[in-house]
Design a protein around this ligand. Structure first.
Ligand SMILES: [Zn+2]
Length: 110
């Protein structure tokens, strides 16, 4: 066994690799936007639009995943739910689940 080589399949990915726009937003906002503020509405509407939400951005701002991947579809709604609940931990968990799913399912095919 050769040490020092990283198995490409074990490569860790970050949200920045998959959805840089949302990654930047989430990194900039330590807390979620204040409810009903301008920014809050902006996030709310984007999370509600399948091709502009976190999952949609990862799919190249396409909503094709709604039909093609049940798990992405589910996670897309989950992000919106965590946001409405103002759960930063929930959103971070969603990001984690999404990256894991992305790595397992979509990384090799994109
Ligand atoms: Zn998927």
């Amino acid at each position: 066994m050769i040490t020092g080589l990283v198995d490409p399949l074990e490569k860790t990915i970050t949200l920045d690799d998959v959805a840089p726009k949302w990654a930047k937003r989430l990194a900039e906002e330590k807390k979620l936007p204040f409810p009903l503020s301008f920014k809050w509405f902006k996030w709310y509407f984007e999370l509600d639009i399948p091709k502009r939400c976190v999952v949609g951005e990862a799919h190249g701002f396409s909503s094709s995943y709604e039909k093609e991947c049940e798990e992405c579809n589910r996670l897309g709604w989950q992000f919106g739910h965590s946001f409405i609940m103002r759960s930063r931990a929930g959103l971070d968990g969603d990001v984690c689940n999404f990256l894991q799913h992305w790595k397992d399912t979509h990384l090799s095919s994109t």
